[in-house]
Design a protein around this ligand. Structure first.
Ligand code: AMP
Length: 607
C-alpha cells in the first residue's frame, strides 16, 4: 500500500539505524529530537529514532491487524503522524516526549524501501496488462488507482511468479526440486490441498525441507512464528533477505515448468474487467460489486477516448453525420441553451452511449456561437477525467455530442447519498478532478466555471469535469485571459482577480477548485449560505473564508484555504494541488484499508 508516512517531513524512508543516528547527530542531539524511518522487519511498520541525554533510542512501530499503528505496549493510533503527535504530548513510556522533528535536509527524499520499487513496478505491469493501456492513459490510471490496484495485486501477485507451482503434492514438489542442480536455497511455493493453505519447499544440503505458511484472521501470511506479510510475494522477497526461522534463506527459484512453457506472462486475474459498464440501476448508477473488487475507471467504456483505436481515429472530425446519431427521448438535464438528451453514436466498429446537448431552435446567434466555442475547446481535450466531446451535429438543431456520464452532477449525488458516501470516496473523486484540472493547466486552458454542478459522475468512484461553456484557450505566451466585460458569472466560485480585474488563469481555476471541494465535503451544500455575490466579495476582502465543513478532514480544509490564497501569485497551481491531495488520498487509502466503518458506509451506497 502507499506509504502512510510519505508526506511527513521527518520521514526518511528505508534508511539504516546508523544513518538515522548520523542525521540526529547533524541536527544537534537535543533532547526529544526525533525522526521516522521504515521498518524492514514488519511490513508497513516504522521505527521512531530519537535522542535523550545524548543517547539514541529506536522504537519499532508495528502496523496492527486492524490497520492501526502502535509501539509495543503502547496505545494504538490511526496513522504514524497521529502516533508522533501523541508522543509529543505524553512520553507514555518513551525515554522522553518528542520535542523537535529532525526534518530531512533540503534535496533529501525518503529512501524507497526494497518493497516500494517492486510494488511500483508491479502496479505498472498489472495496469498495463490488465487494461492494455500505454502512455498517458497508463500513467493516469496508475496515479488515480494505485491504492485499489495494490489491493487487487495483494491477492493475486504470487500467481505470476516463476516460483509459484500451484496445486502440486509434496512428493511432486520434491521431484521438481531434486531434478537438475540442487543448490542451497532453491525453493518453490505450492498450494496445499487442505483449505487453500500454502507451503514453501526449500533445498538445503541436498535435502528438501517443507514449511507450512500460516494465514491469520486478518489474512496476513507467515511461516510459523515468523514475520507477517500482506502478500505471499512479499513474504518470499523477505525470506530472500533473511531466513527468519527457515533453515536457510531463499535463493534461487525452482521455475514452474508450466509457466516456462508459455512465453507470455500468466493472464491477469482481475475479476471484473469488462470494457462496458454493464447494466445500470434504475437511478442511473453502476452498482458496486459487493465482496469483490469494485468497478475501476479503467473498467468503464469512457476511460479511454473512443478514438484510441487507430481504425476509429481515421473518422475523427468535428462535424458528425446525422445518420450516425440516434437520439433518445430521455432528457438528462437542461440549461438555458436547451436540453441534454441521451443517445447512441455509431462508429466504425462500435456504438457508444452519448449525451447530446440540443440547442433550442429559437435561440439567438450568440448562444449558438457560445456552443460552437465550447465544442471547439472540448474537441482539443482528451483526458480520462474530462468529459470528451465526440463532435458537433448540424441537423434539426445544433447538437453537441459528448461522452455519457450517467451519474449526474456531483453536488446532487452527494446531497442525495449523504449517509452512504464516505469522506475517502469524496477525496478519491476530488483527486480525479484535480488530475483533470492539472491536465487543463498543462494544455494552457482555463475552465472558468469549475463547480460541483459541473463535475459529472460516471459512477460512484469516477468523476469527469464538464461544461466548458465559459472556457478559453490561452495564447502560448499568456498566463491569463482578460474578459472585456463582465457577464453572467458564477461569482461565488470566482477568485478576487476575476471580479476586480476580469483576469482568469489556472490560478483562478484553483480558487474555484477550493469552492468545489467545499461543496463536495459539505455533501452538496450551497457555498456562502444565503449571501449574494457582492456580499461574498466583501466577505473575502475582509480576509474571511468559509468554515471547515463538519466532516471535512483538517488536511483537506488546509488545502481549501491554500486554494483561497488572496494573491494569485502566491496561490498554488494544479501541479501542487494534485500532489497534495494525492498524498492525502494515498495516506487514507492505507488507513481505511481495514477500517470497518468507512468501508461499510460506501458499500451501503448501492444496496
Ligand atoms: P450543462 O448545461 O452542460 O451543465 O448540462 C446540463 C445537465 O445535463 C447537467 O447537469 C447533466 O445533468 C446533464 N449532462 C450534461 N452533460 C452530460 C453528459 N456528458 N453526460 C450525462 N449528462 C450530462
Amino acid at each position: 500500500m502507499p506509504d502512510a508516512a510519505a508526506h511527513l517531513p521527518f520521514y526518511y524512508g528505508s534508511i539504516a539505524r546508523s544513518e538515522a543516528e548520523e542525521y540526529l547527530k547533524l541536527a544537534g542531539m537535543s533532547d526529544g529530537l526525533f525522526l521516522l524511518r521504515q521498518c524492514l522487519r514488519s511490513l508497513g511498520g516504522y521505527v521512531l529514532s530519537m535522542v535523550c541525554n545524548l543517547q539514541f533510542y529506536h522504537y519499532a512501530i508495528e502496523r496492527q491487524m486492524n490497520g492501526t499503528y502502535a509501539i509495543a505496549g503502547g496505545k494504538a493510533h490511526c496513522g504514524p503522524e497521529e502516533l508522533c503527535e501523541f508522543y509529543s504530548k505524553d512520553a507514555d513510556g518513551l525515554c522522553c516526549t518528542l520535542r523537535k522533528p529532525c526534518n530531512r535536509p533540503s534535496g533529501v527524499e525518503p529512501q524507497p524501501g526494497v518493497f516500494d520499487s517492486m510494488r511500483d513496478n508491479m502496479v505498472r505491469e498489472y495496469v498495463r496488462q490488465t487494461w492494455r493501456l500505454e502512455g498517458d492513459a497508463l500513467e493516469q490510471a496508475i496515479i488515480s488507482q494505485a491504492p485499489q490496484v495494490e489491493k487487487l495485486i495483494a491477492t493475486t501477485a504470487h500467481e505470476r511468479m516463476p516460483w509459484y507451482h500451484g496445486n502440486i503434492a509434496r512428493d511432486e514438489a520434491e521431484r521438481r526440486l531434486y531434478s537438475g542442480a540442487q543448490p542451497d536455497g532453491k525453493f518453490l511455493l505450492r498450494d496445499k490441498k487442505e483449505n487453500g493453505a500454502y507451503a514453501l519447499s526449500l533445498v538445503y544440503g541436498k535435502t528438501v525441507y517443507h514449511y507450512r505458511i500460516d494465514q491469520d484472521k486478518s489474512g496476513k501470511y507467515s511461516i510459523p512464528e515468523g514475520t507477517k506479510f500482506d502478500t505471499l510475494w512479499q513474504l518470499v522477497e523477505y525470506l530472500k533477505l533473511k531466513p527468519d526461522g527457515l533453515i536457510f534463506y531463499l535463493r534461487e527459484s525452482c521455475p514452474n515448468p508450466s509457466m516456462a512453457a508459455s512465453a507470455a506472462p500468466a493472464p491477469p486475474t482481475h475479476p471484473s474487467v469488462s470494457k462496458n459498464l454493464g447494466p445500470l440501476n434504475a437511478d442511473g448508477y453502476t452498482p458496486e460489486p459487493v465482496g469483490k473488487s469494485r468497478v475501476l475507471p479503467m473498467d468503464t467504456s469512457v476511460y479511454e477516448s473512443p478514438y484510441s483505436d487507430p481504425e476509429e481515429l481515421k473518422d475523427k472530425k468535428l462535424f458528425l453525420k446525422r445518420d450516425h446519431l440516434m437520439i433518445d427521448e430521455v432528457e438528462l438535464g437542461a440549461g438555458n441553451f436547451g436540453c441534454v438528451k441521451k443517445g447512441v453514436y455509431k462508429m466504425r466498429k462500435k456504438q457508444i452511449d452519448v449525451a447530446i446537448k440540443v440547442l433550442k431552435s429559437n435561440n439567438e446567434k450568440t448562444v449558438r456561437d457560445e456552443m460552437m466555442t465550447e465544442a471547439q475547446i472540448m474537441h482539443q481535450l482528451d483526458n480520462p477525467y474530462i468529459v470528451r466531446m465526440i463532435g458537433v451535429c448540424e441537423a434539426e438543431s445544433l447538437m453537441l455530442v459528448m461522452e455519457m456520464a450517467s451519474g449526474g452532477p456531483l453536488n446532487k449525488f452527494l446531497s442525495s447519498k449523504k449517509d452512504e458516501i464516505t469522506v475517502s470516496n469524496i477525496v478519491e473523486l476530488m483527486h480525479q478532478v484535480s488530475m483533470g484540472m492539472k491536465y487543463l493547466e498543462e494544455k494552457n486552458f482555463v475552465h472558468r466555471d469549475l463547480a460541483a454542478r459541473n463535475v459529472l459522475l460516471v459512477n460512484q468512484h469516477y468523476a469527469k469535469i464538464s461544461d466548458f461553456g465559459l472556457s478559453k484557450a490561452l495564447g502560448a505566451d499568456d498566463s491569463y485571459y482578460k474578459a472585456r466585460t463582465a457577464g453572467k458569472w458564477p461569482l461565488k466560485w470566482y477568485a478576487p482577480e476575476c471580479i476586480l480585474y476580469h483576469k482568469f488563469s489556472s490560478k483562478s481555476d484553483v480558487w474555484s477548485y477550493g469552492v468545489t471541494m467545499w461543496e463536495a465535503f459539505s455533501y452538496g451544500q450551497k457555498p456562502y449560505k444565503k449571501m449574494k455575490g457582492p456580499e461574498v466579495i466583501s466577505f473575502i476582502e475582509q480576509g474571511k473564508r468559509m468554515d471547515c465543513p463538519t466532516e471535512c478532514p483538517a488536511e483537506i480544509y488546509a488545502l481549501m484555504m491554500q486554494c483561497w490564497t488572496y494573491s494569485w501569485e502566491e496561490r498554488p497551481g494544479f501541479f501542487s494541488v494534485e500532489n497534495t491531495i494525492r498524498t492525502y488520498y494515498y495516506s487514507i487509502a492505507t488507513k481505511t484499508e481495514n477500517g470497518p466503518k468507512a468501508e461499510d458506509k460506501s458499500k451501503a451506497a448501492f444496496p
